[in-house]
Every structure is written in C-alpha cells, then in structure tokens.
Write a protein that binds this ligand. Structure first.
Ligand SMILES: Cc1cc2nc3c(=O)[nH]c(=O)nc-3n(C[C@H](O)[C@H](O)[C@H](O)COP(=O)(O)O)c2cc1C
Length: 193
C-alpha cells in the first residue's frame, strides 16, 4: 500500500503525554501531546512540535516553563477532555477533574496520578511558518515509586503508559507489551568483550 507522505504519523506508534502549563494570569492548562521526544540518550533536552494556535505554546512562551506528565492508559478519558480547544481562560484541570501535583523547580503544577513528571524549562524555540519546535531542558524528573525499580526502570506492564496510533479519522489509544527481547547498550559496541 502506498500512503500519502502527509500521513507519515499513521505508520508510527507515538507516546501520549499531558503537558501542563499556566498562563500569565495563572490559569492552569493541560493538553495531550504526541509529537514529543527526548533528544538523544542520555542528555537532558527534549523537543516537542506545536501548531501555532495552542494555549500550551503561548504559555510556554510567556512563562518559559512546562511539565510533561506521563499518563497511564487508565487516564485516556481525561486525555480526551484535555484535547478539546477550550479558550485560554478555562482551567483545564477543573474541566478534566485533574488533581494538581506541586512541582519542585517550575511554577506549573504536574498532574496527580500520572506515572512520571518532567519539569522543563524552555531552552529554544525554532519557529517555522506553520508550527514551532520547542526545545526544553528537563530540570527535575520524578517517577511514581510503585512502577519503577531502584535503578529507575519502569515496569511498563503495570504502569501502562499511554500511547496512540494517529489514524486518518482519529486516534486509537494503545499500550505497550513486551516483545520478549532485551539488549544491553554495551552490545552495540563491537570489539568490546
Ligand atoms: C493524542 C493527541 C496528541 C496530540 N499531539 C499534539 C501535538 O503533538 N502537537 C500539537 O500541536 N497538538 C497536539 N494535539 C492537539 C492538542 O492536544 C489540542 O489541540 C489541545 O486542545 C491543545 O490545547 P491547548 O490549546 O490548551 O494547548 C494532540 C491531541 C491528541 C488527542
């Protein structure tokens, strides 16, 4: 099957996070995001892509701060509510019945009940004609002890981080299962015993 290149997101499973921000006036906002990725392991920066008409983008520009919350699959309904284009003066924590979780290093609260929280500061905005790329630095990272071992490895079968396949007409929410295979990073370097 040949697909239109514009449909490239349909062939990639993507993560789903909730980005929490506050406006200049202090209004709390939460929005689902899939176009987001760490920039290379093991650095501290992440990048997200945003259409220009987003309260999230406006808030990040004004405050320079945001929290990337990792929701579980059980939170799909709240994710759907947050995807609605409420006006900037609407408190989306209230709309989606989200409990705020005080952040450590940034002003926007995180979202209680998530699996992990990345508190981020804006590093750079790469503005293009129709969208913007936001480069952020994770300044504080916390994860729910219940789902992580001592080394910080996630038990994803229990934590159930939410992901999605973005289809032609809408979103199918998904979750991960093990492929039954693991690999150590050291295996990638030939010649080292
Ligand atoms: C699963 C999912 C992923 C999304 N990913 C993005 C994204 O990566 N970038 C983006 O600009 N909008 C994305 N959206 C759309 C925004 O979440 C939606 O427009 C939301 O209303 C924006 O809220 P805001 O205006 O309060 O920032 C996504 C929506 C869903 C449901």
């Amino acid at each position: 099957m040949i697909l239109n290149p514009k449909r490239r997101e349909q062939v990639l499973p993507l993560p789903v996070v909730l980005i929490s921000t506050i406006s200049e006036e202090g209004v709390r906002n939460a929005a689902p995001w899939s176009n987001i990725t760490p920039i290379l392991r093991p650095l501290e920066e992440i990048v997200l892509a945003s259409w220009l008409k987003r309260d999230t983008l406006d808030n990040i520009r004004v405050t320079g701060e945001f929290v990337v919350n990792v929701p579980s699959a059980d939170m799909a309904e709240a994710v759907k509510i947050c995807s609605r284009n409420y006006p900037p003066e609407t408190d989306e924590f209230e709309e989606a019945n989200l409990a705020p979780r005080p952040s450590t290093k940034v002003a926007p609260p995180g979202i209680e009940g998530c699996i992990a929280w990345m508190e981020c500061e804006l590093v750079e905005e790469i503005l293009r004609e129709r969208f913007s790329l936001i480069v952020g630095r994770v300044v504080h990272l916390e994860a729910d002890d219940r789902y992580f071992d001592q080394e910080g490895n996630m038990d994803f079968e229990r934590a159930k981080p939410l992901s999605a396949i973005l289809g032609h007409q809408g979103v199918r929410y998904t979750r991960q299962v093990s492929a039954g295979s693991e690999q150590r990073y050291s295996e990638m370097f030939l010649g080292k015993g």
